[in-house]
Design a protein. Structure first.
Length: 94
């Protein structure tokens, strides 16, 4: 099993549709670690770490998002795997 890491940016109608909450539920089910947060420009940023198949499944889900979301674009930036996360968390920016 190959472990990978990616940073993704999701834009479109991704606020007020429980995108981050649903992403956490799916990440937990897939055993993907990392974090997800809203950005000030209205996009969502997620850092994902886990086995290649699970991370790719979560990225495919993020291309559509939860009901009510309208994803316009998703940018994926592969990163060196470091295994720095113990769980998947929602970060709240104040």
């Amino acid at each position: 099993m190959r472990m990978i890491s990616s940073i993704i940016f999701i834009s479109g109608k991704v606020r007020n549709v429980s995108f981050r909450v649903k992403m956490k539920e799916i990440a937990d089910r897939l055993n993907v670690k990392g974090r997800v947060m809203n950005l000030y420009n209205g996009d969502i940023k997620a850092i994902l770490e886990g086995d290649e198949d699970s991370v790719e499944k979560l990225i495919r889900w993020a291309q559509k998002g939860p009901p009510g979301a309208e994803v316009k674009s998703i940018k994926v930036f592969p990163q060196p795997y470091q295994g720095g996360y113990r769980h998947f968390e929602i970060i709240v920016l104040l």
